[in-house]
Write a protein that binds this ligand. Structure first.
Ligand code: EPU
Length: 446
């Protein structure tokens, strides 16, 4: 490895700059979605692999010198960005068939995550733990601000330091090195999903036992743990707030299927509950989104589930429901905006409180453009249901806000045009195709 390069993060060598064709591919800025609202949704659609499980699991490939074979990998822009990042480090990546990706990290040449990529996708921070554990050094750009809030990474850094890493922050980069990470008991100050994932991955190759307390319990953390266990890691307690990892000297290749996306699932459930109609989601795991299902039922939807399908329908009225986002298993922040779209049309007043991110109400002003009656006080939105929304031009501000506007467009009378849908393409696979399969009138215009 050329350490001179790693010491000069502000000017990564040509090989580390994102070539034009592997800069995060996003819909051209002019792409828009046009929705003709007012149709009930009916039919059956499949659920994709989970974005927020795929991103850490792609990074887990860095931990082993043998291939990691993944199936059910969603084809979306954040996954493409992560693949670009990993391949710039020297990981060989092959997509054998749609959704089947093999990553070979037998050689990691550049343990570096440059600003150009990290700034487009905050989850790039997930390479820090695996790089440090396997290559014993890493330089990862600080993510910086993001639309939904400040989102610092202090817990990631603090945890790795507790494991013995030397970390400095210079020129906007986290520089980390170690002779070998050491097992430690670490208590997170707050529940962080990617923070837990980063330390979990780092701990698999540490010397001795690591105990992570106040760990995130999200199903995506559990899916990552399953993949790591298949690679030879010794992990217990994933899915609880105390994860114990006995470090091993090396991990090996494995095969893993990415879990179904619970937020995509919840988005479709909310869409059908909002428009009325009946739909079946196949390859869905109801047990991972109980809080969302409970709220949708409270709001008037009927939901039945089997081991891998969920059927949602609504014929009666939508009724108001209050909610508060919180770490799993409570109601996820990633479903707050979509639920708010539905609440705009419910009978009564819904009080929706966001507790995870400080700036995740940007969809409110766009919903108001569609005729919603919403007042925001701090991190709480008071949504008074109205009998109808009317189509308008609106602007997507982040991924889940985009999904919220799609749902609102589906229930609004007339045409809604959603601008800046590159946010949507970061995290939803073929969203408009799936909604069209349910009978929605939705099209992408260039
Ligand atoms: N936080 C800190 N310090 C840290 C880490 C987090 O203060 O070191 C704070 C954050 O600022 C935030 C809270 O802790 O207020 C929770 O953040 P968390 O770290 O859990 O979020 P994340 O790991 O960056 C993941 C998902 C998000 C999802 C959140 C919460 C991935 C790749 N991203 O982000 O997904 O909203 O957990 O569940 O897993 C999305 O998919 O649209 C999305 C934003």
């Amino acid at each position: 490895m050329d350490t001179r390069t790693l010491d000069a993060p502000s000017a990564p060598p040509r090989a580390l700059r994102a070539p034009a064709d592997c800069a995060p591919r996003r819909a051209a800025p002019v792409d828009k979605l046009v929705i003709e609202g007012g149709r009930r949704l009916e039919g059956e659609i499949p659920v994709s692999g989970a974005k927020n499980a795929a991103l850490p699991i792609l990074c887990a490939a860095l931990l082993a010198p043998e291939p990691l074979e993944l199936t059910h990998v969603p084809r979306l822009n954040d996954v493409r960005t992560m693949r670009t990042l990993l391949s710039q480090m020297g990981v060989r990546i092959e997509e054998r068939a749609p959704g089947e990706v093999v990553l070979d990290a037998s050689r990691i040449e550049w343990p570096l995550a440059p600003y150009e990529l990290v700034k487009t996708m905050r989850a790039s921070i997930l390479v820090l733990g695996p790089l440090l554990a396997r290559s014993r050094e890493a330089r990862v750009s600080l993510p910086g601000g993001c639309a939904i809030g400040l989102r610092p990474v202090d817990q990631h850094v603090k945890g790795l330091e507790a494991m013995g890493a030397e970390i400095d922050l210079e020129h906007g980069y986290i520089g980390a090195r170690t002779t070998r990470l050491k097992g430690v008991r670490f208590v997170f100050d707050l529940v962080t999903v990617t923070g837990t994932e980063n330390l979990l991955m780092a701990a698999t190759l540490a010397e001795g036992t690591t105990v992570l307390e106040n760990a995130a319990r999200e199903p995506e953390v559990v899916d990552l743990a399953h993949c790591l266990i298949a690679m030879g890691a010794r992990i217990s307690g994933a899915g609880t707030d105390r994860i114990v990892v006995e470090g091993v000297d090396r991990l090996h290749g494995a095969k893993h299927r990415i879990m179904p996306d619970r937020i995509e699932t919840g988005t479709f459930l909310a869409a059908v509950a909002a428009t009325g109609g009946a739909a079946t989601l196949t390859g869905a795991r109801a047990a991972t989104l109980e809080a969302v299902i409970d709220k949708l039922v409270e709001a008037g939807a009927r939901i039945e589930s089997s081991a891998d399908t969920i059927r949602v329908s609504r014929d009666g009225p939508l009724v108001a429901a209050n909610l508060r986002t919180a770490p799993y298993p409570a109601f996820p922040t990633d479903m707050q905006a979509q639920f708010m779209a539905l609440a705009t049309r419910a009978e009564g007043t819904s009080v929706i409180t966001e507790t995870i991110f400080e700036n995740r109400m940007m969809h409110v002003q766009e919903l108001v453009r569609l005729g919603a009656d919403i007042e925001v006080e701090g991190s709480t939105a008071i949504v008074r249901g109205v009998p109808r929304l009317t189509g308008a031009n609106v602007m997507a501000t982040d991924l889940r806000a985009s999904a919220c506007l799609v749902i609102a467009g589906l229930v609004a009378d007339g045409a809604t045009t959603i601008d800046r849908i590159y946010h949507l393409d970061r995290g939803y696979e073929r969203l408009e195709e799936k909604l069209a399969a349910l009978g929605a009138s939705i099209s992408r215009v260039k």
